[in-house]
Design a protein around this ligand. Structure first.
Ligand code: KG4
Ligand code: ZN
Length: 346
C-alpha cells in the first residue's frame, strides 16, 4: 500500500491530543490535530496534578477523537494504523491513552504502535519542513524534557547525547516565575518581562559549562544551580529592602538558559559534524532561545528548523508523525499488552 492513514494519540501530560496523518513513502501530511487541555484545572495548584490529568483525559478522549474525525471528514474505519505515546510521561495519563489506543486497535483490527514522546517532539517537524534530513541534531526542550539527540534515522537511529540532570528548561522558568510572584506557568511571563530587561545586568551561572564538565557532561544540562542563584540574588535584595529590577532579573536569567542551551547544542553539532538542527518542545516558544539559536546557527552555518509553536507543545500530530515514520519503515507493530513506561528511554 502506498498510503496509510495514521491516527496519533497523545496523553502523556495535561494535553489530550488526537491527530490524523496521511503517510506516503515521500511525505507525511497532517489532516487534523485536535487538542483538549486540562491546564486550567492545574493552575491553582501551581503544577500538574496527575490524578486530575488522568480524569480529564478519560473525559476528553472520545469528544476529541470525534472532533478530529469530523474535522478531517474521515470515518474511523478508514484509519490504517494507531500510534500512541508509550512514554515518557505521567503513568496515569499515559495509561488512559494506551487503553484507548488498544481498544481502537482491537475494535478496528489495525496495528498498534507505541512510540516515544520525546522523539515525537522532533519528528513532528516532518509535517512542516518535509522528511527529516539523513542526519541531524535535535534539541527537545519543554516543561518536562531537555534532551539533545543525534538523529541518524528518525525511528531506528536516535541517540541521546545528553539531557538535564535536574530541572527541564521550562520547569526552571516556571520555578523562577513562582519566585518572582508570576502566575503559573511562569515561562511565557518571564519571556515577556525579559524582553524589557538588560540580559547583561546580572551574571548568573551557566550550568555544566566549566572545563571540568566537558569530559562527562558536554551535552548534559543543569538548571537547578541557576534557579538557586536567582533565589539568593532576589532574597538579598528583598532583605536589603530594595525594589526588585524584575525585568533585569528575568532577562539575565533567560540569557543564562538560552546561552547554555545554544552553546552546548552548537558544540554538539560541530563535534558530530551535523549541519541541521531541529528544535521542538513547548519551551522552543521562548524568544530568548529562538533569537540566540538563529544568530549562532547562522554564524556556524547550521540550518535551523523550528516548527510553528502549535506543533512544539504536546499534541497528537507529533505522535501521528512518528507513527507514520514507523509505518513508512515497515517496522513490526507493538503487542496489544504494550506497557506504558513513565521514564521510557530512547
Ligand atoms: O511542551 P509543553 O507545552 O509541555 C510539556 O512540558 O511537555 O511545554 C510547556 C513548558 C512550560 O514549562 C512553560 O512555562 C514553558 O514550556 N514555556 C515557555 C514559553 N512558552 C512555554 N518558557 C519560556 N518562554 C516561553 N515563551
Ligand atoms: Zn512534551
Amino acid at each position: 500500500r502506498d498510503s496509510a492513514l495514521v491516527l496519533g494519540i497523545e496523553t502523556s501530560c495535561d494535553e489530550t491530543g488526537v491527530a490524523l496523518v496521511r503517510a506516503t513513502p515521500e511525505a507525511s501530511e497532517l489532516l487534523v490535530d485536535a487538542v483538549a487541555s486540562s491546564v486550567d484545572e492545574h493552575a491553582r495548584f501551581g503544577g500538574i496534578i496527575p490524578e486530575i490529568a488522568s480524569r480529564a483525559h478519560l473525559e476528553s478522549f472520545v469528544p476529541t477523537l470525534e472532533r478530529a474525525l469530523a474535522e478531517a471528514d474521515v470515518a474511523l474505519a478508514d484509519v490504517d494504523a494507531i500510534a500512541v505515546t508509550a512514554g515518557p510521561g505521567l503513568v496515569g495519563p499515559l495509561t488512559v491513552g494506551a487503553a484507548a489506543a488498544k481498544a481502537l486497535a482491537v475494535a478496528l483490527d489495525r496495528p498498534l504502535y507505541g512510540v516515544n514522546h520525546v522523539i515525537g517532539h522532533a519528528v513532528v517537524d516532518e509535517l512542516v519542513h518535509g522528511l527529516f534530513p539523513d542526519r541531524c541534531m535535535a534539541l527537545v526542550v519543554s516543561g518536562g524534557h531537555t534532551s539533545l539527540l543525534l538523529v541518524e534515522d528518525a525511528v531506528t537511529g536516535v541517540t541521546e547525547l545528553g539531557h538535564t540532570l535536574d530541572d527541564a528548561a521550562g520547569e526552571a522558568f516556571d520555578k523562577v516565575g513562582r519566585l518572582l510572584g508570576l502566575p503559573y506557568p511562569g515561562g511565557p511571563h518571564i519571556d515577556r518581562l525579559a524582553r524589557e530587561g538588560d540580559p547583561t545586568a546580572i551574571r548568573f551561572p551557566r550550568g555544566l559549562t566549566a572545563a571540568k564538565d566537558q569530559a562527562r557532561h558536554a551535552a548534559d544540562f543543569s538548571f537547578s544551580g541557576l534557579k538557586t542563584a536567582v533565589a539568593r540574588w532576589v532574597e538579598a535584595r528583598q532583605d536589603a529592602g530594595e525594589e526588585l529590577p524584575l525585568a533585569d532579573v528575568a532577562a539575565s536569567f533567560a540569557a543564562s538558559v538560552a546561552d547554555v542551551l545554544t552553546a552546548k547544542t552548537i558544540a554538539a553539532c560541530r563535534r558530530h559534524d551535523v549541519g541541521t538542527l531541529v528544535v521542538g518542545g513547548g519551551f522552543s516558544a521562548n524568544s530568548q532561545l529562538r533569537d540566540l539559536l538563529a544568530q549562532r546557527c547562522a554564524e556556524a552555518g547550521i540550518e535551523l528548523r523550528i516548527p510553528p509553536i502549535r506543533y512544539c507543545t504536546d499534541n497528537g500530530a507529533m505522535i501521528a508523525a512518528l507513527g507514520a515514520a514507523v509505518v513508512r519503515r515497515g517496522l513490526p507493530a507493538s503487542p496489544l499488552d504494550l506497557a506504558v513506561d513513565s521514564s521510557m528511554p530512547l
